[in-house]
Design a protein around this ligand. Structure first.
Ligand SMILES: C[S@@+](CC[C@H](N)C(=O)[O-])C[C@H]1O[C@@H](n2cnc3c(N)ncnc32)[C@H](O)[C@@H]1O
Length: 329
């Protein structure tokens, strides 16, 4: 696409224009911030895969362990022979395939709709999961709720929505309720959702996971500045920012920042303006909220679902919580 051509031929806002607007909004905020949904370009998706394989990062391997153990139990909550499995922020599908396998093992026909804002993540998913006669795959590159709205009209099958990998943790404790109510609204009674919650645990385990010894999380966060440079014509000098990840016990969340290590001015061509940074000024990138079992039950009840089961690992690090849509009760 030409640099100057931000709007699609049909008049819709382009991905690039939305990216530019979000960067402008974030860098004009106080404190400055950048939305974490833009982490996952080609390079970001590759680095994230490396993070998930690193020893310091317990989340992915713990959820993988839970889903490996319970994959054949989850289908017991579904009577129907054919089901739609919709996944929000599917990533590379590495853990999703376990759930799909559980349903296929029980002889069910599965229509799988992974939704992800990142086309690169969707390309990785296609390499992980292959369709066969009982598994139809139809990937959608979109924001969570846009994808769900698109799917709503498509099928009358029972639906199970997967929201794995602690993606829910990127919402704060007001946003998560609003999001789950919208999800509830887009589903029918007795549909299911399976949500991955990272549990509160000892602070050193949390901070090690988000500050891995190989520096992968640092590279992952800095890549967002690199992405602004390449896609929006920015001139961020990556050496002039440090990664900082810390746990906020009052919020119950890991927080990640890039911190300007000197006073500097950054110009972004597509936005046609400069942004000033003081020495030690942070850019907030991401929250990752952690949960107690009681938070999960409360959230479930407050947003119109009933709790069917909590699938946890032996260390109680992580829970995949299965909820049923309750309507007309
Ligand atoms: C932390 S990764 C987790 C991937 C996968 N669920 C897992 O458990 O391994 C987050 C994924 O969600 C996608 N994502 C983030 N924000 C999104 C949004 N607002 N709409 C759709 N996808 C989003 C990212 O592109 C990325 O692939």
């Amino acid at each position: 696409m030409e640099n100057s051509k931000l709007i699609n031929e049909d008049g819709k806002i382009s991905h690039k224009e939305q990216f530019a607007i979000d960067v402008l909004t974030g860098l004009c905020s106080s404190p400055k911030q950048l939305p974490s949904k833009y982490f996952y370009d080609d390079i970001g998706s590759d680095i994230f895969q490396k993070i998930t394989n690193h020893d310091d990062y317990y989340l992915t391997r713990t959820e993988f362990e839970i889903l490996s153990k319970f994959k054949n139990d989850i289908p017991d909550y579904v009577e129907e022979d054919e089901i739609d499995i919709i996944e929000l922020g599917a990533g590379d599908g590495h853990k999703s395939q376990l759930i799909l396998q559980g349903f296929l093992n029980k002889g069910k026909r599965v229509n799988y709709y992974p939704i992800d804002i990142s086309s690169e993540a969707m390309d990785q998913l296609k390499k992980t999961i292959t369709p066969h006669e009982n598994l139809m795959i139809n990937g959608i590159v979109a924001e969570y709720l846009m994808g769900l709205r698109f799917l709503r009209k498509k099928s009358k099958n029972k639906q199970i929505v997967l929201f794995l990998g602690s993606n829910i943790g990127n919402f704060d404790r007001v946003q998560n309720q609003a999001f789950l109510r919208q999800l509830w609204n887009s589903l029918n009674t007795d549909d299911l959702v399976l949500i991955g919650f990272d549990l509160k645990k000892s602070v050193p385990i949390l901070t090690t996971a988000y500050n891995d010894s190989a520096g992968l999380t640092r590279d992952f966060n800095l890549n967002l500045l690199h992405r602004i440079n390449t896609e929006l014509g920015g001139n961020f000098d990556l050496n002039k920012f440090d990664h900082f990840g810390c746990y906020n016990p009052v919020l119950g969340a890991m927080q990640s920042y890039l911190i300007s290590n000197e006073p500097q001015k950054v110009y972004i061509g597509e936005i046609q303006r400069s942004f000033l940074f003081d020495a030690s000024e942070p850019i907030h990138l991401e929250h990752s909220f952690k949960y107690l079992r009681s938070d999960i039950s409360y959230l479930c009840e407050q947003t119109g679902f009933s709790l069917e089961n909590n699938f946890a690992d032996d260390n109680e690090y992580f829970i995949d919580s299965l909820w049923k849509v309750a309507k007309g009760v």
